[in-house]
Structure formats: C-alpha cells, structure tokens
Ligand binder design. Sequence first.
Ligand code: NAD
Length: 264
Amino acid sequence: MKIAMVLRKDEYTREVEQLVRKKLLQSGTYQFVTDPAADPDLVLSIGGDGTFLEAVHQYGFAPHYVGIHTGHLGFYADWRPDEIDQFVQALDEGNPVIVEYPTAECQIHTADGKTHTEWVINEIVLRNASLSTLVVSVFINGKEFETFRGDGLIVSTPSGSTAYNKAVDGAIVHPSIEAIQLSEIASINNRMYRTINSSLVLPRHHEIELIVMNPQIMIGLDREQDVWKGVRSITCRVGSRKVKFARYKQLSFWERVRKSFISE
Ligand code: NAD
C-alpha cells in the first residue's frame, strides 16, 4: 500500500509522524510517497481539521483519507496519538469502511470573461474585502430570490456544516445527504432591506447564483482565502465528485457531533 502523509507543522505532530512511520515500516508492507503524482492509495493527515483540508486539496479525489488528530478531536480525524498501535493493526487487517463525503463546486466568473472552477469540502465564504457591506443578489435555479446586504455568505457542504456554518446558526446536515447550504453572516434586516434570514438547504442539481455588486471581495475556499477583484458572479452546486474516507473504526457522524460540541 502506498501511503502519503500531510502534517501540521509542529514538533509534537512530527514526533507522532516518526512513530507512525516506524511502526508501519516494522510491519513491512507499506511504501511512503511524497508526491500526488505517485498515486498514493491512502493519505494520512496528522494534525487538525485544517491539516485534513490541506491534504484533500493536495491529493484530490483518487486516494482514501484517514486522520490522526494531534490536538482536540477533529471532525475529519478518527485516531488519537495514543492509539497508534491499534491504528497500525487496523491498517494491517485492512477492510476499512469507505465513506464518501459530498463536496460543493463553484464557478467564479470575473469581469475579464474568465471562469474559475473550484471545489470545497467545508465551504466557500464571500465577504466584502473592506468593512463595508457585502451586497449580493441571490438567484436560486435562475430565479431572483433576494438581495443580501451584510457581512457575508457561506455555502457549505454537509461535512462543512459543523464548521463556520454552525457558528452562524446554520443547520447540521448529515454527510449522506447530498446538499449545499446557504447561510448568512450578519444580514441587514430592517424596513429598507430584507433577507430570508434563515439557512437554506438545497439538493443536488439545484443551483445558487450570487451576483456580486462590490468591486472587490474576499473569497474563502476551505483554508484558502484571497481578495478577488471584478467578480461578477459565483455559481454553486453539489459537487460532481466526493472525497473518500477510510474508516477503520466506527464513530458515527452524530457521535462525532456530540463528542465535539456537547461532551466527550
Ligand atoms: P482554524 O485553525 O482557525 O480552524 C477553525 C476551527 O474550525 C478549528 O477548531 C477546526 O477544528 C474547526 N473545523 C474545521 N473544519 C471543521 C468541520 N468540518 N467541522 C467542525 N469543525 C471544523 O482554521 P483552519 O484550520 O484553516 O480551518 C479552516 C476552517 O475554519 C474553515 O473551513 C472554516 O470552516 C473554519 N472557520 C470557522 C470560523 C467560525 O467558526 N467562526 C471562522 C473562520 C473559519
């Protein structure tokens, strides 16, 4: 089995990585690769959720992913550093359950006529590049829905619904549901301006189009964030491809939610 590793850059993570590498090499059937072109079968992320996001953007849709968290329980990482022996044993035994998580796909259309296609596993975030109001006309399936004025908009995936989306009171969506969710960040609602002021969950094949009125905006794509000039519109839908997780131990999505937000 070809394994690639993506690590958070800290001393403790490096120590955990050395130990995992040593134990896997002792079992003898693993080859370590460092390049997406080497087509790893498994990508092991060691760190936090951010490390996991980095891993999936680096290695894409082909491999299976598994995570060891070196901080608090991560949403995308199943294993603790004190479980390395069990982890290596589970890998030796094989037969993981493969769980597929939906992505969101978006096309960013700019004033120079270009279209940039991006995908995310957590969310795309739109904010104004300055502190002034973001103004966006929201179209759903080609029909005008509302004009949003406020701090920002989030289009999240089901697995991203527990991240930024949750912080703005969006719903938590089980990743077996192929959907995207549009959530508001601090919308202006008064006698002049009105938005729905609730999160909207849209199924596969429905499309959100965001017509941007600001000359420059901040766009966040999972971990990446950039100021974009001359964005005309952004269209978002459920992604055509999914990210594949190798689950070597059972921890249901709802248990993960409880352990992360209520109590261990
Ligand atoms: P970071 O280190 O600041 O991470 C923020 C937190 O988000 C961490 O606690 C991480 O564990 C958690 N997180 C990430 N993905 C998650 C998920 N799918 N479910 C539950 N929690 C999740 O930043 P980073 O490592 O660069 O991660 C980027 C992510 O941070 C973004 O995708 C966004 O979702 C999240 N974020 C959250 C807020 C907020 O909650 N107000 C604000 C900005 C960004």
